[in-house]
Design a protein around this ligand. Sequence first.
Ligand SMILES: [Zn+2]
Length: 683
Amino acid sequence: MGINVLQRGRVRHGLRAGAVTAAAVLAVGLASPAMAGDGHGGGGSNDFQLTVMGTTDLHGNALNWDYFKNAEYDDSAHNDVGLAKVSTLVNQVRADRGDRNTLLIDAGDTIQGTSLAYYFAKIQPISTSVEHPMAAAMNAIGYDAAAVGNHEFNYGIPYLRTFEKQLDFPLLAANALDDGTGKPAFKPYVIKTVKPAHGKPIQVGILGLTNPGIAIWDKANVEGKMHFDGLVEQAKKYVPEMKRKGADVVIVAAHSGADTSSSYGDTLPFPENASTLVAQQVPGIDAILVGHAHQEIASRVVTNEATGKPVVLSEPLKWGERLSVFDIDLSFARGRWSVQSVAAQVLNSNTVPEDPKIVGLLQADHQKVVDYVNGVIGTATEAMSAATARYEDTAALDFINYVQAGAVKAELTGADADLPVLSIAAPFNKDAAIPQGDVSVRDIAGLYIYDNTLLGIKLTGAPVKAYLEKSAEYFKAAPTPGTYAAASLTNAVTPTAPNGTPDYNYDVMGGLDQPLTYDIDLAQPVGSRITGLAYGGVPVTDTQEFVVAINNYRQSGGGNFPGVVGAPVGLLRAAGAARGPAGRQARRDRRPARRGAAGARAARGRGLDGLHEGCRRGRGGRPGPVAGAGRPQGDVTDGRRPSVGGAAPAPAQCFTITARRSRPDDHGPADRGLTITGPTVTA
Ligand SMILES: [Zn+2]
C-alpha cells in the first residue's frame, strides 16, 4: 500500500502542468479505490491505516503572498506558500483517508519570517484581544500538535507564551528545560487517540524536540530562563515513557535537520541537525517529521541501530510549500496494535488553490499588513540592489552597515567614542532592491529580513582579519585566473549541497567615518585570503582597536565566527528606549549584558528593524531621530564616506538615501570596500 502512495506521488510531480490539471490528478489519486479498503479501519479488519500529515518552518506564511514584492508569491520553481494552500491539501487527504484516521502536526518555526509575523509581534502585538493569524489559521485547519522551533524565541518567551495560549493544540519541546526546575518548559509529548471503526483505539504518541542552538541564537531571550538538551538524550528518556503510557505508534516532530551537522561547530555539546541520529540511536520511533533545515525530503529510511527497524523521515521543505504525508499501516494482534510499515511522501501546495475559508478568516489581518508595508518611510536618490552583494561591494549592504555603525557610534562615550566604528552585514536576500524614489517599509524589510538586535563589540585588528577570513570561507578556491559564475564559486546552500554555507553566514564589513577596504584572494587557501586590509587607506595593525556594530545572532555565536563571543560587548540603548514596551525590554536587557562587559559601553537597538518602526512613529507627528537606528537621515553613500547628520527629517520622511556610486565598477582605491581578486566573478 505504501508503494502505491509513493507511485502516485511521483505521477503527480510529473504532471505539474497547471494548477487545475494537477489538482484534478491529486483528487483522483487520493480517491483511488486501492486506498479505500479495509486499511481505513472498516469491515472489522485487523488492519488499519493511520495517516499523519506534517508541515514545518511555516515562518509566518499564512496566505500565498510575498509582502516584500507586494504580489502573489512566486519563485523560480513556482512554489506556493502559506497555510491557506496547506489547508486545501489537508482537506483532500482527510477526504481520501477518512477524517478520523488522520492527524496533523508541525515541526516548528511558526511565528517569525514574514511582514505578517513582524506586524503581529511589533506593530500590533498579539494579546488576549489580538489573535495571531497563524494561531487562527492553524486552529481552523485543526492541528493536533506542533514542535517548538528556534525562531519561536525571537520575540521573547512572554510573546511565545501568549502565542501558545492562543493555540487549540499543544506546543511540544521535550528538550527545552526550565532553568529553575530542570523540567521541560513545554509539554514533551502528547498521546492522541485514534478510533478505528471497529476494535481497540490506537494511541499515537507525538514527541516534540526543538533545537539546542536556541541557547546561542536567542541567548538574550533565554539565558537564565531555559536551557536546551540534546535531541537524542531527551528522546531516549521520553520514548520509553510514551510506550509505557500505551503509545502504539511513536511520531517525532523535530525542529532539527536530517543531515548531521552544526553551524555552531562544537560550541554546544549537542548537534544542531540531529534527526537522523535520533532515528538511529533511539529505539521505538516509527517516523520523524523533520524541520529546521528547509530541505525537501519526501521519504528517507534510517535503520535503528538497536532494533534494526526502519524509521521513516520526511521534511516538507518550508513555508507551507509542501505537506508531508506519512501512511502508517498497523495490525492488531495479541491485544494490541503494532506498526507494520510506514510510507512517506510530500504533496506540493502549488497544485491546489487556497482554501477560501482560511483566506476569508485572515483577509482583514492580511490587508492591515499590506497597508503597513506599503507605507513610504524615505526616499532613495538611486536604486540599490543586493543581487550581487555576495561577491562585490554594493550600496545596498553599505546602507545596512552605515545605519548600524551610526547607531552604535551614537552610543559610544568616553575614550570609546574616539574609536573607529566598523559594521558587519550579510546578503540576507539577494532579491532585495531599494528602488529609486519612495522607499517603503517592505523595501527595508526585504533588505533586512531577520528580527535581529544590534550590539557593539570591541575588536582589535587581528580578530577583525580572522573574522573576515571566516567569512571568506563562503567561497570556493579559484586557483586559475578567469571568469567564474558566482554560483560555481560559492559554497552556498543548493539542493545538491544542503550543508553549504547559507548567504546569511557570509558577512561584508565596512567602516563608518573612513573606508575599511580589503581584498579576498580566492587563489589562496582558506585562512589566508584576506589581503590589503586597511582602514582609511592605512594598513590595519593587529592591535588597532575598533568598535564593530554586529547583530545578536552573530555576536552570540551564530555561524561560529571567531573572536566575537568573548569580545567586550554592551547593549545599544535604543533611541526609543525611554518609552513604550520596547524601551522597557531594552532596559531590562541591558543589565545582564553589562555584567559580562569588559568596559565597553556598547549597545542594543533594533538596527534596520528600528528604522522602519521609528519612521512610522515619526509619521505620527513626532519628527526626530529614528528610534533604534541612530541618525540615518542625511546621505547614505555607497559606503565609504557618508555625510552624516544632514538636514532634519521632513515630517513624513525619516531618511534620504543617496547612493553615490556613479557606475557599478566605480571603485577607486579610496572608495572600494570588498574586492574579490584572482578570478572575475559574475552572476
Ligand atoms: Zn526555519
